[in-house]
Design a protein around this ligand. Structure first.
Ligand code: DO4
Ligand code: MG
Length: 274
């Protein structure tokens, strides 16, 4: 089932029908252990309503957005290459093979946009890419309750100059996008799930790439466990799981580019670069 955040409340899509639920607080609505079962109970008393809404908000309330890095071979390879001159190359190799994953703070809700929102590139960065990432919604107890599409906008020039600049490469206004909904399945998402990204410039495709969750070296539940080791999240949190799609080194985003990221069962998150 999918849940969409709208101005009128939550729209729950299940087995070809949509249900509108008036809610006071999105945080309380999504932050429930056993969300799938709770949603089934919610819709049992709700009338069927219109179709999937067109105007949806980012499916976030007051949660923090965190991210994982170097969870796919392609990401490790790209990072080692970009940071070679700065002497950072081997760190990526080491973290790829280590037990402890790379986890970093990505964004507050205020720095996060939703469907059709504008993601930004930094004015002081000359090499910028979107990173299409399966994003977990974790409850207060650290359980994976749902999944959304995430875009971890990144400055490759800043991160490549020195790995210590990672927070600046990753966190700034408009650095993250989430949406269009939270997919809440009965069972964990399958390894065959595909992630696709298309970047369009003036109506033409300038990059497209695809991967599957089977290419991810880490297990989503392990990433969640590491994040919750010493951090508490009373309202739950979002955790991006890393990118497996990296455009070639001569590619950088332009203002006005459109980025579509599609993940099976969740849908397509579309954003314009500003
Ligand atoms: O270590 C740099 C960031 C890695 C990242 O964001 C990713 O692999 O997706
Ligand atoms: Mg990333």
């Amino acid at each position: 089932m999918q849940i969409y955040k709208t101005e009128k409340g939550a729209v729950i899509a299940h087995e070809g029908h949509c249900y509108l639920k008036a809610i006071d607080d999105w945080d309380v609505f999504i932050n429930r252990v056993g969300l799938y079962g709770n949603l089934l109970t919610d819709i049992a008393t709700l009338p069927k309503t219109a179709d999937i809404p067109q105007n949806v908000l980012a499916p976030i309330g007051s949660q923090e957005v965190w991210a994982s890095g170097v969870t796919y071979f392609r990401s490790k390879q790209a990072r080692m290459e970009e940071s070679k001159k700065a002497g950072g190359g081997s760190f990526y190799d080491l973290v790829y093979d280590a037990d402890r994953p790379e986890l970093f703070f990505k964004a507050t809700p205020r720095r996060t946009v939703g469907q059709l929102g504008t993601v930004r590139i930094r004015k002081d960065s000359h090499w910028n890419v979107p990173e299409p990432e399966l994003t977990l919604f974790l409850s207060v107890s650290g359980t994976i309750e749902g999944y959304t599409v995430g875009n971890d906008m990144s400055s490759r020039s800043i991160e490549g100059e020195n790995p210590l600049y990672l927070p600046q490469a990753k966190t700034y206004d408009g650095c993250a996008a989430l949406g269009p909904c939270i997919y809440v399945p009965e069972r964990p998402i399958a390894a065959t799930t595909s992630i696709k990204m298309v970047i369009r410039r003036n109506g033409s495709t300038v990059f497209e790439g695809e991967t599957t969750l089977a290419q991810m070296k880490r297990n989503p539940a392990d990433l969640a466990r590491y994040l919750f080791r010493e951090c508490s999240f009373p309202q739950g949190c979002f955790l991006m799981t890393g990118t497996g799609i990296v455009p070639p080194d001569d590619f950088s985003l332009n203002i006005g580019d459109e980025v579509d990221i599609t993940i099976d069962h969740i849908g397509t998150l579309t954003n314009t670069v500003g």
